[in-house]
Design a protein around this ligand. Structure first.
Ligand code: GLC
Length: 546
C-alpha cells in the first residue's frame, strides 16, 4: 500500500442519498418517444422507468423539458414553470415523478439561470421598453463602442462562436454568452434573484429531489464588463481553450457564491435531502471546490475526470486531486465520463473495439470510486458517438458558428427491433429527430438484455454489486492505492476485513492480478496463466478479499 486518500467522514442518513448515488442523465428529447412524433417526452420516460430501476440507478437527471423554442435543445427557456407541449404537460410531469418515486428513483431537474430564451416574456418586454427602462435592467444591455455605437460594448465571444453581443433595432446591444437567442440575465438585479428562488420552490413543491445548475459559474460578470483581450490571442488560445483554464471576466467570479449561499437554505428547508449539482468550470480544482460544501451546492461535476486521457498517470492524478479537494470541503466527489455536450467516451477513447473496451473499463473504474457517479443515457449500451450525421440534420446552434456539433451524442436511444429508430417510438413509428445508425440494431436494450458480456449486463452487474457491497458503501474506507506495474491502476476500498480492489490495465500488455482475491466483475474476459489470472489490456476488474 502506498498512499491513502480518505473521503469526508459523514453520518449516513436518507438525506445523504446523493453522496454515493448513481445518477442517470436522461436527455429527454432522445430517450423515449411515447406519441410517435419523433421526439422523446415525459410519458416516454414514465414508461421506461422499470428499465431504469432494473438497471440499478438511484436517480435521474432530466435535461430541460420546459417551454422553449428549442434553439439550444431546451437550454433556451421561455417559461421556467411549464412543460413544453413537445414533451407533455405538467400533469405528465407529476405522473412521471410519482411513478419514479414509487420505483425508488429520485428526480433531478435542470435549472438554467444564466440566461433565458429570447422568447421569455421578460426579454420581449425588455426589447419593447427601450434603452434605460426597468425591463432592460434584468438583462445585460449596453451601448456600443465607436462613433455611432456600431461596435460591440467589449470583445467578449460567444461560447458558440462569434461575438457575445447582438445589436437591437434601437441601437443598444445585449449580451449572450451562448446563442443570440439566449440573452444573459443580470444577476445583480433583485428581481432576477427572487424569480429563481421562486422557481426553485415551484419544482421543490412538485417533489423534485434536486437540480443540476446549468453554467453555474457564469451568472456574475465582472463590474465594468472589461475586455478579455481576445484580439491579441492566437486561434489556439481562444475562448473554448480558455474555458476552465483562466479567469475570464464572465466566469467564476467570487460574487457568484452569494447566489448559492441564498439557495442552500431553500433546499435545506425541504425534507428528504434536496440537492444541487453544479455544471461549473473553474481554473483550478481548488476553485471548483468552492461551489460545494454545507452552505453552497452539494456537488460539482469533476470534468477533469471526463477529460483524462487514457493513461494510468492521467487518471491517477485527476482522482487524487478530486478526492483531496473533496476532503477539504467535506463534500463527495462527482464523477462523470459522458454527457450531452461531450463526445461519448467510447469514441473519445479510440472508437471501435478499442474504444468500447476502454469505455467499459473506465466505467468500472468510476463505479468503484467513492462519491457520486453520473451516467449518460446510452453509455450502458456502449453507444459510440455518431460521427456521420448529415450536416442538414444537425441542430446544435454551435454548428453553424463553429462547425463543432454536439448532435452526435444526442441520437435517440435504441430500445429494440430490426428497423430504425429501434423502438424509440411506439410500435410502427419510424420517426426520430435524428437518425440512428444501422449498427445500433445490435446495441439495442433488447439485443443486449440477458447476453453475458454485453455492456448492458456489465453495467447491471456492477451497479448491483455497488449497491450491496460493504466496501463500496458510503461509510466504507476511501481509496488506498496499491503498488502496481507502470500503466496499471490498482486501488482498494475496505469495510472491516472486506476489501474490494479495482485494477485497470492501461499498460498495453496483460497483467497478473493475483493476490487481490476473487473476481466479482470484469470488463473483459480474464485468462489463466499457470496458476494465476491475467487481466487483458484496456480492461478493469473488481476483486474481493474477505
Ligand atoms: C450548458 C449545457 C449545454 C448548453 C449550455 C447553454 O453547458 O450543458 O447543453 O448548450 O449550457 O445553456
Amino acid at each position: 500500500m502506498i498512499s491513502t486518500a480518505t473521503p469526508p467522514q459523514t453520518t449516513t442518513t436518507d438525506d445523504d442519498w446523493w453522496r454515493s448515488a448513481v445518477v442517470y442523465q436522461v436527455y429527454v428529447r432522445s430517450f423515449a418517444d411515447s406519441d410517435g412524433d419523433g421526439t422523446g417526452d415525459l410519458q416516454g420516460i414514465r414508461q421506461r422507468l422499470p428499465y431504469l430501476r432494473d438497471l440499478g440507478v438511484d436517480a435521474l437527471w432530466l435535461t430541460p423539458f420546459y417551454t422553449s423554442p428549442m434553439i439550444d435543445g431546451g437550454y433556451d427557456v421561455a417559461d421556467y414553470r411549464d412543460v413544453d407541449p413537445m414533451f407533455g404537460t405538467l400533469a405528465d410531469f407529476d405522473a412521471m415523478i410519482t411513478d419514479a418515486h414509487a420505483h425508488g428513483l429520485r428526480i433531478i431537474v435542470d435549472l438554467v439561470p444564466n440566461h433565458t430564451s429570447s422568447a421569455h416574456h421578460w426579454f420581449t418586454a425588455a426589447l419593447a421598453a427601450g434603452p434605460g427602462s426597468p425591463e432592460r435592467a434584468r438583462y445585460l444591455f449596453a451601448d456600443g463602442q465607436g462613433t455611432h455605437g456600431e461596435l460591440p460594448p467589449n470583445d467578449w465571444e460567444s461560447i458558440f462562436g462569434g461575438p457575445a453581443w447582438t445589436r437591437t433595432a434601437d441601437g443598444q446591444w445585449y449580451l449572450h454568452l451562448f446563442d443570440s437567442s439566449q440573452p444573459d440575465l443580470n444577476w445583480r438585479h433583485p428581481e432576477v434573484r427572487s424569480e429563481f428562488e421562486d422557481v426553485l420552490r415551484f419544482w421543490l413543491d412538485r417533489g423534485v429531489d434536486g437540480f443540476r445548475v446549468d453554467v453555474a459559474h457564469g451568472m456574475i460578470k465582472a463590474e465594468g464588463l472589461p475586455d478579455v483581450g481576445f484580439s491579441t490571442m492566437t486561434t489556439g488560445q481562444r475562448q473554448v481553450e480558455l474555458l476552465g483554464k483562466g479567469r475570464l471576466p464572465y466566469f467564476d467570479q467570487d460574487e457568484v457564491h452569494e447566489i448559492y449561499r441564498a439557495w442552500r437554505p431553500i433546499l435545506d428547508s425541504y425534507p428528504g435531502g434536496r440537492m444541487a449539482v453544479a455544471e461549473a468550470w473553474a481554473e483550478t480544482p481548488q476553485r471548483l471546490a468552492r461551489y460545494i460544501g454545507p452552505d453552497e451546492l452539494h456537488q460539482a461535476f469533476s470534468f477533469d475526470f471526463l477529460d483524462a486521457t487514457w493513461s494510468a498517470d492521467s487518471f491517477r492524478k485527476v482522482i487524487d486531486t478530486a478526492l483531496a479537494e473533496a476532503t477539504v470541503v467535506g463534500a463527495p466527489t462527482t464523477w462523470v465520463l459522458s454527457n450531452h455536450d461531450k463526445q461519448r467516451h467510447v469514441t473519445r477513447y479510440g472508437d471501435g473495439v478499442e474504444g468500447l473496451r476502454r469505455a467499459r473499463a473506465a466505467s468500472l473504474l468510476m463505479l468503484a470510486l467513492p462519491g457520486c457517479a453520473y451516467l449518460y443515457q446510452g453509455e450502458e449500451l456502449g453507444l459510440p458517438e455518431v460521427l456521420d450525421l448529415p450536416d442538414e440534420l444537425r441542430q446544435d446552434p454551435a454548428f453553424l458558428r463553429t462547425g463543432e456539433s454536439r448532435d452526435g451524442c444526442r441520437v435517440p436511444i435504441p430500445w429494440d427491433g430490426e428497423l430504425a429508430p429501434y423502438g424509440f417510438g411506439p410500435a410502427g413509428s419510424e420517426l426520430s429527430w435524428l437518425p440512428a445508425p444501422a449498427l445500433w440494431r445490435a446495441l439495442s436494450v433488447t439485443a443486449q438484455t440477458g447476453v453475458p458480456g454485453s455492456t448492458l449486463e456489465l453495467y447491471r452487474t456492477a451497479l448491483r454489486i455497488r449497491h450491496v457491497h460493504p466496501a463500496l458503501a458510503l461509510d466504507a474506507d476511501g481509496v488506498t492505492w496499491q503498488e502496481s506495474e507502470p500503466g496499471v491502476l490498482a486501488f482498494s476500498r475496505s469495510a472491516g476485513a472486506t476489501v474490494l480492489t479495482c485494477v485497470v490495465n492501461m499498460s498495453g500488455a496483460p497483467v497478473l492480478i493475483d493476490g487481490y482475491g476473487q473476481p466479482l466483475v470484469a470488463s473483459d474476459e480474464l485468462t489463466e496463466q499457470g496458476s494465476g489470472r491475467l487481466l487483458p489490456i484496456d480492461a478493469a476488474v473488481w476483486l474481493e478479499r474477505r
